[in-house]
Design a protein around this ligand. Structure first.
Ligand SMILES: *Cc1c(COP(=O)(O)O)cnc(C)c1O
Length: 463
């Protein structure tokens, strides 16, 4: 019998998160306020509790996970790691393919890893309400679950196109006791402004972030804060539990190290979660190829410039140094899942500038084809986002076959697709098409950031 899975006991749950900022050879550039000066922790205090702001700016390599957060995580963690024997056999590859299965959380993705931590820190700070945005609905449902666990009220602004197309995520949020609104909504000035100008807009993550931040700041009691499910440093930090577990599990599988580490990248968090602990090894000399994969229809890392840009549509957030397609990017209404944010985590972006990662974009038809192959071999039906990581793992396994090399490939199965079968339906009935992001649209979007301060692409030159 094959050893298909490694499941660690609860006692092996990592006790600390890993902070890549401590090891980046070239320091990150700071977020900037509207006046072009660095944002101070005090300026972020109306939006986030101080404990999370401290993590956001921390240069400590290791940060302790509070005992109560560990108990919340232990409801489904450590998450299993699988070896994809059936897929390997189907592909006829000498490569060994492993995947970390983040679909086992209550919300079905990696997002609860940071949701429970953020909800807990907010609760400690005396916060009673949290606002947030959600694209495809995974983050909203993860935060709704986490808020129910710690006893905080949760309000979610959901991008309108998903609100209409994905009723089940909305129902999950409501089941966990959260309120879910279609964005743009009439509840905020940002929402009303956009509706007045574009009544039929499908919405975007950038617009929904504007609404959620405004709704948090508008509560003058100070008891409402905002939570973000990706992009920010503290979110990447909380997700590193994935890679820290994965290292122990690979060792039990008998592997010294992976040759290739893969994650799909929207705002960067599940990719970072798996990849950052291995990035530390790469910085210390290990030979590992690390690949963030994005949709060709939203090619932030592969086509966008590294620049200071806003995190949202209307300027509620600081300027972040990151790869970006421009903050007024409104994605085409296609079923590409939740990888459609205009920006990218500044930590991931700086590591890309440094040359530590090799970003790749893949078209959605290839991704869905890979997802069907995976479902018919390994059995799991992955989220449309995750299908990008699966497609890349298959590309690498076939390359290893051509080269006749026994490579060790590790990818992150960031979530299941059982609530996203509409996308599978669209693919299987031939309604999906590939969509190349037009250069003219990028040029047009980038006009909007021309006046912002420049972010120099500083790097050590080692990679
Ligand atoms: C949200 C989500 C993503 C994309 O977000 P990241 O922050 O880039 O990880 C990927 N996969 C799944 C299943 C998601 O829910």
């Amino acid at each position: 019998m094959n050893m298909d899975r490694v499941v660690l006991p609860a006692s092996e749950l990592p006790r600390q998160w890993y902070n890549l900022a401590a090891d980046l050879p070239t320091p990150m550039q700071p977020p900037l306020g509207p006046d072009g000066n660095p944002v101070t922790p005090e300026m972020l205090a109306p939006i986030f509790p101080m404990s999370l702001i401290e993590q956001e700016v921390s240069q400590e390599r290791w940060i302790d996970i509070p005992e109560e957060v560990l108990s919340l995580l232990a409801k489904w963690r450590p998450a299993p790691m699988h070896r994809a024997y059936s897929l390997e056999k189907f592909l006829g590859t000498p490569a060994k393919i492993y995947y970390k299965n983040e679909s086992v959380s209550p919300a079905g993705s990696h997002k609860p890893n940071t949701a429970v931590a953020q909800a807990w820190y907010n609760k400690q700070a005396g916060i009673t309400h949290i606002t947030t945005e959600t694209g495809a609905g995974q983050w909203g449902s993860a935060l709704a679950f986490a808020c129910a666990q710690v006893g905080i009220k949760c309000k979610v602004f959901m991008v309108r196109i998903s609100f209409d197309q994905k009723p089940y995520r909305k129902l999950m949020m409501q089941t966990w006791g959260a309120e879910c609104l279609a964005s743009p909504s009439n509840e905020t000035q940002a929402g009303r402004d956009i509706l007045a100008q574009y009544p039929d807009t499908p919405g975007s993550l950038g617009i929904a972030i504007s609404e959620a931040v405004e709704a948090a700041v508008a509560d003058s009691s100070g008891k409402t804060k905002y939570a973000l499910g990706s992009v920010l440093n503290h979110v990447m930090l909380h997700q590193t539990i994935i890679g820290l577990e994965a290292k122990k599990q690979l060792e039990i599988f008998g592997e010294k190290k992976p040759d290739i580490v893969i994650g799909c990248a929207g705002g960067g968090s599940n990719f970072a979660g798996l990849a950052f602990p291995f990035t530390a090894d790469k910085i210390n000399g290990a030979d590992i190829e690390i690949i963030p994969v994005e949709p060709s229809s939203c090619p932030t890392l592969t086509k966008g410039p590294f620049a200071y840009d806003l995190g949202d549509f209307s300027g509620m957030t600081p300027l972040l140094p990151m790869y970006t397609l421009g903050h007024n990017f409104v994605p085409p209404p296609i079923h590409a899942g939740g990888l459609r944010y205009h920006g990218m985590s500044p930590l991931v972006s700086q590591a890309v500038v440094e040359g530590l990662f090799a970003p790749r974009s893949i078209h959605q038809l290839e991704c869905y084809e890979a997802a069907l192959t995976f479902a018919r071999t390994e059995g799991l039906i992955v989220a449309p986002e995750t299908s990008h990581a699966v497609a890349c793992a298959i590309q690498e396994a076939l390359k290893a076959k051509e080269e006749g090399k026994e490579k060790v490939i590790l990818f992150n199965l960031s979530g299941h697709g059982l609530v996203d079968l509409k996308g599978y339906d669209a693919y299987m009935s031939g309604q999906l098409h590939d969509y190349e992001f037009p250069q003219e649209e990028l040029d047009k979007n980038l006009k909007a950031i021309e006046g912002f301060p420049k972010a120099p692409a500083n790097k050590s030159g080692k990679w």
